[in-house]
Design a protein around this ligand. Structure first.
Ligand SMILES: [Cu+2]
Length: 131
């Protein structure tokens, strides 16, 4: 039974890491972390929320436009466009981060979603019109 004793130091390390992060965040910004800002110069921005929603859920862009993705809460999200042949990754961001990507699908109407397990099922879907 060496597995039990082997896990204890790891658990302690994880606890220290969590406490350390909390302390850093509190020291940097007071009560709450500053919300992430969308990348500059993007043609459209979609925000992924901690409530498993995309805001807005309906987006219209031109092919080749840059689309920003903001993860406004602590959860990471990504944005994929579902085409008949494949799911095209546009952007992915960690919690309290923002990212951007180029919309590289042919003009048409598509569904987009977050492919992190459970997120699409929880409601992280939207529609995107590419002109
Ligand atoms: Cu997500």
């Amino acid at each position: 039974m060496t597995s039990r004793s082997a896990f204890r130091p790891l658990a302690r390390l994880a606890l220290v890491a969590v406490l350390g992060l909390g302390g850093t965040a509190a020291a940097c910004s007071g009560d709450q972390a500053a919300p992430p800002q969308p990348p500059p110069g993007v043609e459209a921005v979609v925000t992924g929320t901690n409530a498993f929603e995309f805001v807005p859920a309906d987006v219209e862009v031109d092919e080749g436009d840059r689309l920003g993705l903001v993860c406004e809460g602590s959860l990471p999200h990504n944005l994929l466009i579902e085409t008949p042949t494949e799911d095209v990754v546009v952007a992915e961001c960690g919690g309290l981060e923002a990212a951007e990507g180029v919309v590289e699908v042919p003009p048409g109407d598509y569904e987009f979603f977050c492919n992190i397990p459970g997120h699409r099922e929880a409601g992280m879907v939207g529609t995107i019109v590419v002109n």
